[in-house]
Ligand binder design. Structure first.
Ligand code: SAM
Length: 279
């Protein structure tokens, strides 16, 4: 398994062009993006990553956009060492304390989550995860049945369980994330969580009160119709992993096709999280 961090710098690239590139990078397996100076950074964890394919994609974009690109630091990094060095405990909305196994417990916080992310996404430090956790902390979660799509470390499902959710189904297509969710659920004494490895085709034919999905625009657009089949009337969806423009409008329009109404959204740097309801 390789952990790849690629820093992309394009000269004079428009926002919509960057969005197009990001969606093609997502098809190569990149699932996390962060802004960095003069460009952006993408992360992928994959077996046998094809660097040549990535370079060809960038050459094509440079030709199409009549610009130049620099690709800095496609590198295999030692993920465990990296996160142990960088992972500091995190406090969300003064009530939720997220720490790693090697930090001291802080029982004074109402909700404490212990995460051992290994190679999975979701320590709470990324803005999208933080906003999803804020929605959960402000929401009515007690006795609700919850589907967590793209669960990563399982952090959202674990918080939902601590907030009183009745049962949780966590799904990720990456086997490392699937295993990480199970391990983290055990670490946090969460007993009402089931996990599946796969994508939308493994979503059980159950009915959920709440669906959580912090993935990316294109995957959400592809999966929304399936989410609506398993969402109870009056049920809520919390989405993240995309930008304001044009992503939020596209997602809102797709939801509207199935009677799912936009309620509100949050923004943190360029990232957006949004709340929808089945009316
Ligand atoms: C941005 S991370 C979110 C992790 C966690 N839920 C959080 O909020 O921090 C997105 C996750 O979605 C998973 N994912 C991406 N595409 C998927 C798909 N088509 N089906 C299921 N999971 C997917 C990735 O493996 C990754 O763990």
């Amino acid at each position: 398994m390789q952990y790849i961090k690629a820093i992309f710098k394009f000269k004079s690239i428009e926002d919509y062009q960057q969005d197009l590139l990001i969606s093609d990078l997502a098809d190569l397996g990149f699932d996390t993006f962060e802004d960095s100076e003069g460009g952006f950074t993408g992360f992928v964890i994959k077996e046998n990553f094809n660097e040549q394919e990535l370079k060809q994609l960038l050459i094509n974009y440079a030709e199409d956009f009549q610009t130049n690109y620099t690709l800095e630091g496609v590198a295999d990094e030692n993920w465990n060492a990296e996160w142990e060095k960088n992972f500091s405990p995190l406090i969300i909305d003064d009530v939720c304390y997220v720490r790693a196994t090697f930090h001291e417990p802080q029982p004074s916080y109402p909700y404490e989550i212990v995460i051992d992310p290994k190679m999975a996404f979701g320590t709470g430090h990324h803005q999208t995860t933080t906003m999803m956790m804020q929605y959960l902390l402000a929401g009515d979660i007690k006795d609700k049945s919850i589907l967590d799509m793209g669960c990563g470390t399982g952090i959202l499902a674990i918080l939902a369980s601590k907030l009183g959710a009745k049962n949780l189904m966590a799904i990720d297509y990456d086997d490392i994330c699937f295993e990480s969710t199970i391990e983290n659920a055990t670490l946090n004494h969460v007993e009402n969580l089931s996990a599946l490895c796969g994508s939308k085709e493994v979503i059980p034919d159950e009915q959920y009160d709440i669906i959580l999905a912090n993935i990316n625009r294109n995957i959400l657009l592809d999966q929304i119709s399936r989410y609506t089949e398993v969402l109870k009337p009056e049920g809520k969806i919390f989405f993240s992993g995309f930008y304001l423009d044009p992503d939020l409008g596209m997602i809102t329009a797709e939801c509207a096709k199935y009677g799912i109404k936009y309620i509100d959204h949050k923004q943190n740097s360029d990232w957006v999280a949004a709340q929808f309801e089945k009316k």
